[in-house]
Ligand binder design. Structure first.
Ligand code: F6R
Length: 614
């Protein structure tokens, strides 16, 4: 939610900041803005409603010179997404400019107090309150900007990643974070800062991930200083980035989403590499090996996640219960954190998150830790907040996922959960060896099977024409097919804006069946499973009401294809691995429907990739 970037060095800041904003645009795209200090020490702010491209157009012909600057792409929280509420915000004197990602929860109290002191606000944002507060403290206490930021942040309740520049101090950027991510890149005689490492990687691979309540004092030509809110000096921990620039490009695909769908054979191989070993018939997840006793003896597993990651978590529930015989609860992080959950010290909490920054999941983790549970993270973004706040975990290793709709991260989350369940089950001896080996070897064949599904892209694109003008969809599945149904429905609604409901197929007759008529497309996950025959009965019920059926079936299927209006075939596999295959055609179907409807597939309206606010 909101992307922030800053630069100070010897190069012109504007092109670096704009390029960086493009990379961060997935985090929010309601408005964009930039602040630059030029050689005459003029501090200029340019902002535009809409995309970074709108900002570029607005900046044409303006003075965009300067070697220090900060920039922002916004996902609106306080105040509508217009030009005035866009960041950066000036302080009253226009000596300071500030960008912010997060929410200042006590902004109303602070604003009232500053208003009484004569401060006038231009925008409806919480951010403007912070920059005014910093200025008030700076002038009132006659202190430097770094101290003023420290003192101001002590008064702030909420989440922030901020960067401030000062007209009279063109050699300095002050940046700070709490509960919103911030990375500082260290180049040769130059520094970068950003919400994630993607805008930094082409300039340097040396970065520092700031911790909560740390302030980076970034001075041109001086070593970076990090202090906490009490001005205690911290030793910067430099991390080497492993990312490559190619991962951030579309690589010839029209959209990141399509690229990421097509990357899945490779990303799953990467995810399993060094972990799944068919040669010596083993699965090694270091996080499980290191905490073997905890997993063997745990009373219960609680899976915490949001959105697509929550759907992966549901598949995890089925896996852990089937193979490990451990009771599992899957919780929306946002519900869990506010409902006084019972957490035991011998519970294991698994937090699933692509970004590793989801605010509700982070808060739910804190709650679980306070109750003494062991917390394991399944995350994609290396160095993000969740991996840094959990006791152990496994990365999914799929590389940057830029399309807002999650695809390759989902399949890798499921693959990690499969690997976890199998290895714990083997340790607990709750899985027969023969079964373990059968699932293990089938798991290694999944990437190749996805490749065959992807060959049907043209056919699925053709199918999408039939459904482009539907107003509603129902997705039905049972067992392992149920989380796939709700994930398929989510993919469709978030990028095409078509209303879609995912439902357990047998629950349909308890209500949703009333929706079915000859206009309603019903997508059924009807692959081979223990409930295959029951699913056939559910399909009959839909047919009896003239619903139009699109069925995901196995290659070997003969019954469902007789009944369905349209089918998409996937290769046969183990039931517990079927979500890894059956979701792929649904990702493609949503993609093509959205493209046909002219939607902005990679940046759907109202959404942002990383939800760092509640
Ligand atoms: C949907 C989607 C979201 C995320 C959710 C959680 O395609 O991407 O539903 O899954 O916002 O995000 P992470 O996984 O980053 O915690």
């Amino acid at each position: 939610m909101c992307g922030i970037i800053g630069y100070i060095g010897y190069q012109e800041a504007y092109p670096i900041l704009i390029k960086g904003l493009h990379r961060l645009e997935y985090r929010g795209y309601d408005s964009a803005g930039i602040a630059l200090i030029n050689r005459e020490n003029n501090l200029s702010i340019y902002k535009a409603k809409g995309r970074v491209a709108d900002l570029e157009e607005f900046s044409l012909g303006k003075d965009i010179s300067g070697t220090v600057g900060i920039a922002h792409t916004r996902w609106a929280t306080h105040g509508e997404p217009n030009h005035i509420n866009a960041h950066p915000h000036y302080s009253q004197s226009e000596n300071l400019a500030l960008i912010h990602n997060g929410i200042i929860e006590n902004y109303a109290v602070l604003k009232e107090s500053l208003s009484r002191k004569g401060y006038v606000f231009q925008s409806d944002t919480d951010t403007e309150v912070l920059v005014q507060l910093i200025e008030y403290i700076k002038t009132g206490n006659n202190t430097d900007i770094s101290t003023a930021v420290q003192l101001a942040l002590k008064q702030v309740i909420g989440a922030y990643a901020i960067a401030v520049i000062e007209k009279e101090n063109p050699d300095l950027i002050i940046a700070a974070r709490k509960s919103s991510p911030l990375v500082v890149g260290i180049g040769k005689n130059e520094f970068f800062l950003a919400s994630d490492a993607t805008p930094i990687i082409e300039y340097t691979n040396q970065v520092i991930y700031l911790n909560d309540e740390e302030i980076a004092v970034i001075h041109r030509n001086e070593p970076l200083r990090i202090v906490n809110l009490s001005n205690v000096e911290k030793t910067p921990q430099i991390t080497r980035l492993e990312m490559s620039l190619n991962e951030l490009e579309k690589g010839g695909y029209p959209h990141f989403m399509l690229k990421e769908i097509f990357e899945q054979p490779r990303t799953l191989r990467d995810c399993m590499s060094g972990r799944v070993n068919t040669g010596n018939r083993n699965i090694v997840l270091s996080g499980i090996v290191d905490h073997r006793e905890k997993f063997i003896n745990c009373r219960r597993i609680i899976i915490l996640a949001c959105g697509t990651s929550w759907h992966a978590g549901l598949i995890g529930e089925y896996l852990f219960e089937e193979f490990c015989r451990i009771p599992v609860e899957v919780e929306y992080s946002s519900e869990f954190r506010y409902r006084h959950p019972v957490i035991h010290r011998d519970d294991i909490v698994i937090a699933v998150s692509q970004s590793g920054e989801t605010a509700d999941t982070l808060a739910a983790i804190e709650l679980a830790k306070e109750a003494g549970a062991f917390v394991y993270g399944i995350c994609n973004v290396v160095g993000s907040s969740i991996p840094r706040n959990t006791d152990s975990g496994s990365y999914t290793h799929v590389g940057p996922e830029i399309g807002v709709a999650s695809t390759k991260a989902f399949t890798a989350q499921v693959a990690v959960l499969v690997m976890m369940a199998l290895s714990i089950a083997r340790e607990k001896k709750t899985i027969p060896e023969k079964r373990f080996l059968a699932v293990l070897s089938e798991l290694s064949r999944i990437p190749g099977k996805i490749e065959t599904i992807l060959q049907q892209n043209g056919y699925i694109e053709d199918l999408s024409k039939i459904f482009t003008y539907a107003h509603n969809f129902i997705y039905l599945g049972r067992g392992y097919g149920y989380p796939v149904a709700i994930e398929g429905a989510l993919k469709l609604k978030e990028i095409s804006y078509i209303h879609a409901e995912g439902y357990p197929a047998a629950e349909m007759k308890h209500g949703p069946i009333a929706l079915i008529d000859n206009e309603m497309p019903v997508v059924v996950i009807a692959t081979d499973s223990t409930t295959y025959d029951k699913m056939i009965s559910n399909i009959q019920e839909i047919k009896a009401r003239k619903g139009r059926i699109l069925a995901i079936v196995n290659k070997s299927d003969c019954k469902v294809r007789e009944m369905a209006d349209y089918t998409i075939e996937i290769p046969d596999t183990e039931e517990c691995l079927s979500p890894l295959l059956s979701i792929v055609p649904l990702q493609l179907l949503s993609y093509h429907i959205a493209v046909r409807k002219g939607r902005d597939v990679d940046m759907p309206r109202n959404l942002a990739k990383s939800v760092t606010v509640e």
